[in-house]
Structure formats: C-alpha cells, structure tokens
Design a protein around this ligand. Structure first.
Ligand code: PGA
Length: 256
C-alpha cells in the first residue's frame, strides 16, 4: 500500500502565500511513486493551485465540501464543484465536529457525496480528552467509524481513507498530550478490527489508515512504523516547508 503524507493548512496562508509555498515545495520534491504527497489549502486557493500543481509529484485536498451537489445552500461549495480540482477531501475533522457542529449524520452524507464525485474522502475520527479519561475511546472510534461510513458500500470502501486524530493530541505543545506510538497502535488495531467487522478482512485491508496530531519531523518516523499506519495527517508542521519536506523524506526512508 502507498504511504500518504497529507498537509492540512487549515485557516492559514493567503492565495499568494500558498502559491509561493507550493512553488518551493514542488522544486524540492522528486517524484515518489510509493508516497502520495497531498496538501489541503483553503478553499479559495484550490482552483489556482490546481493549475500550478504537478500532479506527478503531489495532489490537492479540500478541507471540507458540502453534501448536496447544487441548490439553495448559501455559502457552501459542493463536491461536484470540487471534482477535477482536488483528488482528496478531509471530511469530519474534529475542528468541524466541535467548532462547526458537524455530526456523524452530516459527515456520512459528505463521505457519500465525495465518493459520488470521484473525490477520495479522508474521514477523520478520534476521541476527545474527556472521552479518553472516561474510558470511552473504543466506543467513540466505533461510533464515528460506523456513523461516518454509514452510506459506504462494499464496492466503495476501497475509495476511503481513515485518519485517526485523537482530539487531545492535535496542535499540542505539551509532551503529555503527544500521542505515543503505543497509544496509536491500540487505536489503529481497533479501527482495523471495526473495518473488518463491517466489510470483511480482505476489503478492510485495502483501507489506508493515517495518524494525525502534532506530527513533526522528529516524531514522524516513530508514528510511521506503528503497525497498520499508512501515513500522516499534519497540521502545524505542514506550514513550515523544511519540516514538511523532512517528514516526506522520513516517510521515504522508513518505507524503503
Ligand atoms: P496538528 O494538526 O498537526 O497541528 O496537530 C493536525 C490536524 O488537525 O489535522
């Protein structure tokens, strides 16, 4: 299976800044056949960057998309509009769940809309700090997986990527809130078991599972060697060119 290195730029960079970053990134990247390098800029930058990008070297992701293809939905952008511009879309990120109020029902419709429009959804799941403290991690993982994949058939599950992002480990500066490879290993094992229960082992094995949460160039290697982890979803560190390139290089080293 390929390795996925995905940079989530969140609400950062103007269109101009994004274009300059992309230019520098493309210059420093060779073509890696076994690594999919992906960046998720703001919606506004996607269209111009899609003209600038070298798709042999990397791909674009949207940070979000709407579940209807068209209609009276002021302010939304649909996956049918994103089709052809992006290859991937982050769906159900915890910031959208907890700041923007998205629930599993809406997230399931977005996953479905992405697949319908030939965009690969990167479905984010993960427990909050208090859910972990109350011993609810397994239930949250199971519920968010079953909820988010509700509309996904056996024929479609190989078009989905799962990202395990424990909410307590996102944008963390404190060592206690950085997930350890062991903690991730347990969660990823559970994710793979849930996928196997839902779709059978053969199909479940085709689903890439990424880890995200304060990944940087120092810890990326450790995370990438956790069994069952096929890549990384990176926020803060993906905004720093050298860091992001170092993480991609690490992925190349670890995987070869
Ligand atoms: P972080 O963000 O790497 O800054 O923790 C990851 C994410 O939210 O996807």
């Amino acid at each position: 299976m390929k390795t996925y290195i995905v940079g989530n730029w969140k609400l950062n960079f103007t269109v101009g800044e994004a274009s300059i970053y992309l230019h520098k990134l493309l210059k420093s990247l060779p073509i890696y056949r076994d690594i999919d390098v992906v960046v998720a800029p703001s919606l506004l930058a996607l269209q111009p960057l899609s003209l600038q990008i070298d798709r042999h070297k990397m791909k674009l992701a949207a940070q979000n998309g709407f579940y209807q293809d068209y209609g009276a939905y002021t302010g939304e952008v649909s996956f049918s509009q994103l089709r052809g511009i992006v290859d991937y879309a982050i769906v159900g990120h915890s910031e959208r769940r907890y700041i923007l109020g998205e629930d599993d029902k809406m997230i399931a419709k977005k996953v479905d809309a992405a697949i319908r429009n030939k965009v690969t959804p990167i479905l984010c799941i993960g427990e909050t700090e208090s859910e972990r403290a109350f011993g609810e991690t397994s239930d949250v993982i199971k519920d968010q997986l079953a909820g988010g994949l509700r509309e996904v058939s056996d024929d479609e599950i190989d078009k989905v990527i799962i990202a395990y992002e424990p909410v307590w480990a996102i944008s963390s500066t404190k060592a206690a809130k950085i997930a350890t490879p062991d903690e991730i290993a347990d969660a990823v094992k559970l994710i793979r078991k849930c996928l196997a229960d839902m779709y059978g082992v053969k199909l479940a094995d085709k689903v890439p599972v990424l880890f995200g949460g304060s990944v940087n160039s120092s810890n990326a290697g450790g995370y990438l060697t956790v069994p069952g982890v096929n890549g990384l979803l990176i926020g803060g560190a993906s905004l720093i060119l050298n860091e992001f390139v170092d993480i991609i290089d690490t992925a190349k080293r670890v995987r070869s």
